[in-house]
Design a protein around this ligand. Structure first.
Ligand SMILES: Cc1ncc(COP(=O)(O)O)c(C=O)c1O
Length: 389
């Protein structure tokens, strides 16, 4: 499918009204003139190829307990090979109802109470809360703002790791900064992990939304695809949910070479890991097999939206944003704006971003740009109103 050359791709010009659908994103400020731009789902309908697959599964009519259908793991393997040049064996795949659920399982599978799980901050909030909920310790290492991206401070990493740290939860690409870690970064992480006997759990849920890939820019390197022992031991978590807007269908996958670990996966969940719904499987398989043309059009839109955000932020004194290399998120530093509570100022101006405090970064906000362009333009007008008045 040819990419539309103009800026107004009809596929994303409008979005269904989500009021009254139980949308977490839209219900948060229900009844108020606040445009939600926080939780990471998109306002767009899922691709037609995915809807058709769901319809076909509905037409079958039977929705009993469902194991991964035979096409599920091969569809993911095919997708990873095509998109990221990573060859996996379908037997390395287990399904999970979500990446957050999978992270929680890894805490219980690979660590004992009190042991440590290390991650970079700022970070997607469950990385911060799940270790404590499992009785484990969260060890946090700040990324450093660089010229072009947020970067790893390896000295800080060495200083933070403890003898009882067991896991490295890597968010790659990184939410909320949008950093795409380079092969060199990943190799250095692998060395670090091997030196300290840490297992890497790489959350790659954003790996199909790299914004500059089509233009010869950075590509995603799956951590587990490295030629390194730490990579061979890693567990990779992926899902179609961010890329094709399927989060409500609860279908993700964990990839790991060790069949013993996959066998212990569900028991480690202590009975709290539910089976995945047949509709989730149908959607995931269709997205991985047939969703790429839609994805490419989406990325073109998101690239344009990133420029709009950068332009708006540059026009507001005291705001700064290192452009994301991946995701549809903009991580905005408001600390120099002289506004004591940026989140509250935004809500008062009629937009609801994510609050940096939830990511261990007070003074920041995170904007979700995955909405029709005219809605984003209004969000950015209101952003200006929040800080300029
Ligand atoms: C880095 C990251 N991991 C996991 C998730 C959520 O995954 P799931 O809905 O599969 O639990 C998100 C959602 O925004 C995310 O950004």
């Amino acid at each position: 499918m040819a990419l539309p050359t103009d800026h107004d791709d009809p596929l994303f010009a409008t979005a269904p009204d989500r009021h009254g659908t139980g949308s977490e994103k839209w219900d948060r400020w229900a009844g108020r003139d606040v445009i939600p731009t926080w939780v990471a789902d998109m306002d767009f309908a899922a691709p037609g190829v995915v809807l058709e697959a769901i319809h076909a599964r509905v037409d079958h009519g039977v929705f009993g307990y469902t194991e991964p259908p035979p096409g599920f793991a091969p569809a993911l393997a095919d997708h990873l090979q095509r998109r990221h040049d990573w060859r996996i064996d379908p037997s390395w795949v287990t399904s999970t109802p979500g990446v957050v659920n999978a992270l929680a399982v890894t805490a219980r599978l690979f660590t004992q109470p009190g042991e440590g799980i290390i991650s970079f901050t700022p970070v997607y909030p469950p990385f911060l809360s799940l270790p404590g909920l499992a009785g484990r310790t969260s060890i946090r290492v700040p990324l450093a703002p660089g010229e072009e991206r947020w970067e790893i401070d390896f000295d800080a990493l060495e200083a933070a790791v403890t003898p009882t740290t067991r896991l490295f939860w890597l968010c790659h690409p990184h939410n909320p900064t949008g950093t795409v870690f380079r092969r060199d970064d990943l190799l250095a992480i692998a060395e670090f992990a091997a030196r300290h006997r840490l297992r890497v759990i790489s959350d790659e849920i954003w790996s199909d939304l790299l914004l500059d890939e089509e233009h010869g820019g950075r590509r995603h390197v799956p951590f587990a695809s490295l030629d390194h022992d730490a990579a061979r031991e890693a567990v990779t978590l992926v899902a179609p949910s961010k890329t094709w807007n399927l989060a409500g269908l609860g279908c993700a996958a964990a990839i790991c070479r060790d069949p013993g670990i996959l066998g212990r996966w569900r028991p480690a969940g202590g009975g709290l890991v539910p089976m995945i719904t047949p509709l989730g499987y149908a959607a995931a398989e269709a997205a991985w097999l047939h969703g790429d043309p839609w994805r490419r059009r989406l990325v073109a839109l998101l690239r344009r939206h990133r420029s709009m955000v950068q332009e708006a932020v540059a026009g507001i004194a005291g705001l700064a944003c290192i452009p994301a290399e991946a995701t549809y998120l903009a991580w905005i530093d408001c600390r120099a704006a002289g506004v004591p509570d940026p989140q509250a100022a935004c809500v008062a101006a009629g937009i609801g971003p994510s609050d940096g405090r939830d990511f261990a970064a007070p003074g920041f906000i995170r904007l979700n740009t995955a909405c029709p362009t005219d809605r984003l333009a209004e969000i950015l007008r209101r952003l200006t109103r929040a800080f300029v008045g």
